[in-house]
Ligand binder design. Structure first.
Ligand code: ARG
Length: 572
């Protein structure tokens, strides 16, 4: 892929003595106002070395650059050299680059295959996904895709909440009031029901609590019958979660959750002891974090059983040893900020220098517009129902609008589910937002359907271009791009050109919304171009040039959608 900064630095280095290409590259600016050029080179810092006033220097450079075919125009304005790329050269290089890279356009090898762990989703077994898990799932999947695209070696981990005293309760409830068929048919609803029933009954009969505790102890001791039931609950729940992951097109490399670390607790507790970090407090073991203005971290309970944070410490140690990660990312709601602050502090206090490579990536809350997601089952949200509703409503819209599709069911799925994903990834992740169906499924706003629709419109232009499209794509470097002279066409080309940068930026900030916004901008810019100019014109050269730009925009939107975890239908 062409890098214009590189090219410009090369040309400038010839016109300038004493500065290296790297130094020049660092000094190059992209003016906020495109009237000041596509690139600008400030000359203030050169005054000393060159013993000239900066405006004079700028003028000298501008004169030397006049003949370069890279530029349409070079001006000096005060101490700046303002450079306007030759649109012709720029657009030709760009479309050739996109055509060469195709679905890899925007990717990079900055990751150098370094290992990045992306932990996301992590629901609790036997409980429905809550809205925070939905966000974690969608944001985490996109962060994984972005890191993968940037050349990192990624591992997706689902740190399942598959352990804890609640399993004692569930087993007791199952034995007393449950039956096998219900669990198999509707595992999560059934198991949740057992849990609720247990608490109702325990109000009148406190002995149930003791019974549950005993059962949990048996489970901890690995007794066969309890372990079998626990394993079965886990398997059945996972089947149900997997149905949702499948709808979303999401996979994991590992489901090592809390239970996975059971046999790794003693070692962690030993490490904490050796570092003199453990303190006894009312029979429990804690790490006192007062010095760091945090409440104490509870490591083991009175009965010796270990806790959430202890398992997270064990998980981090295990991941370092097993994967030797470059980065270990946790996509978990901001409600758990304190937990992760305590956890990272403890890892630091253990003297583990890779603590700096562990990152909690928090996100804000979603609130629900009245009536939005409440379901027959009370306040808990069943993600599957949300997704099904999105698909059904999309189907209605498609029929109403008479949208042309290859297959109504498939398109409704791609658009409906895509709409939910897109909405999740539209704002900065840390911002709280209100989920609203009208906003999500709107074909005109800054929404998933809008971007997908624009992509399909571009696809349709390419199809209608027929032979001309084929010819243009066979030799993009031969195209006469001087036809891409209108402002809206050129703006579109510039946005396509900046896509790889947006991907990098999204990765650095762990912020998929950078990609979301960028493809919204491309879609809007594309639609402006489409509105301003006739594309399938008589003149063959002009038609091919325009089709190449359409192709570049379409491919870029598609690559962006994929990074968000969405599909890009060819027709809708
Ligand atoms: N299962 C937890 C919950 O639902 C989230 C786990 C987050 N990940 C972690 N490593 N603590 O709240």
């Amino acid at each position: 892929m062409i890098n214009f900064k590189e090219k410009i630095a090369e040309v400038l280095a010839e016109a300038l003595e004493g500065l290296t290409r790297e130094e020049i590259k660092d000094m190059l600016e992209i003016p906020a106002d495109s009237k000041m050029g596509d690139y600008a080179f400030p000359c203030f810092k050169l005054a000393k070395v060159m013993r000239k006033a900066p405006p004079m220097i700028a003028q000298g450079i501008a004169e030397k650059l006049q003949d370069s075919e890279l530029f349409a125009k070079v001006e000096s304005v005060n101490a700046y050299v303002n450079m306007f790329l030759s649109r012709d050269v720029f657009v030709r290089e760009l479309v050739s680059g996109v055509a060469a890279d195709q679905d890899r356009y925007g990717s990079s090898d900055v990751g150098q295959n370094r290992k990045v762990i992306v932990e996301f989703s992590s629901p609790n077994i036997a409980k429905p996904f809550h809205i925070g898990h939905i966000r974690s799932t969608v944001i985490g999947n996109s962060i994984y895709k972005i890191y993968d695209f940037l050349g990192y070696d990624t591992v997706r981990i689902n740190h399942l909440g598959d352990y804890g005293t609640q399993f004692g309760k569930m087993i007791v409830a199952y034995r007393k009031w449950g039956n096998e068929a219900d669990v198999t048919n509707e595992p999560i609803k059934t198991l949740l029901g057992y849990y609720v029933k247990f608490h109702e009954e325990a109000e009148n009969d406190p002995s149930l609590e003791n019974e549950a505790r005993d059962v949990f102890t048996k489970l901890e001791n690995g007794e066969a019958e309890e372990t079998r039931l626990w394993q079965w609950f886990r398997d059945e729940s996972l089947k149900e979660f997997n149905r949702v992951y499948q709808m979303l097109g999401i996979e994991f490399d590992s489901y090592a959750g809390e239970s996975f670390y059971s046999d790794k607790m003693d070692r962690v507790i030993g490490m904490l002891k050796d570092a003199s970090l453990l303190k006894e407090s009312e029979g429990a073991q804690i790490v006192d974090l007062e010095e760091y203005n945090m409440s104490p971290a509870l490591i083991t309970k009175k009965d010796g059983s270990s806790l959430y944070i202890t398992r997270d410490i064990a998980a981090a140690v295990y991941r370092k040893e097993n994967y030797d990660f470059y980065k270990n990312l946790y996509i978990v709601a901001s409600q758990q900020n304190l937990h992760f602050q305590q956890w990272i502090k403890i890892i630091e206090l253990l003297g583990l220098d890779w603590a700096k490579d562990c990152v909690h990536i928090p996100f804000g809350l979603v609130s629900l517009e009245e009536g939005t997601m409440s379901t027959r089952h009370g306040r808990v949200v069943f993600l599957e129902e949300v997704l099904n509703r999105a698909v059904n409503q999309t189907k209605e819209i498609i029929l109403e609008k008479n949208v042309n599709t290859d297959n109504l069911d498939i398109t409704a799925k791609q658009v409906g589910i895509g709409a939910v994903i897109f909405q999740e990834l539209s704002n900065n992740r840390i911002k709280d937002y209100v989920f609203s169906w009208d906003k999500v499924l709107n074909f005109e706003g800054e929404t998933g359907p809008y971007v997908q629709y624009t992509h399909a419109r571009a696809a349709s232009l390419l199809r209608n271009g027929g032979e001309s499209t084929t010819k243009a794509l066979a030799a993009p470097d031969k195209a006469n791009m001087s036809y891409i002279s209108g402002d809206s066409a050129y703006e579109l080309a510039k946005l396509v050109y900046r896509f790889p940068n947006a991907v990098l930026d999204a990765g650095e900030k762990y912020e998929p919304s950078v990609v979301t916004r960028h493809i919204v901008n491309i879609a809007q810019s594309f639609n402006k171009f489409y509105h301003d100019e006739h594309i399938l014109v008589e003149n063959e050269e002009e038609k091919q040039a325009k089709l190449l730009l359409v192709y570049a925009a379409k491919q870029t939107i598609q690559n962006g959608l994929k990074l968000l975890g969405m599909e890009a239908p060819e027709r809708m």
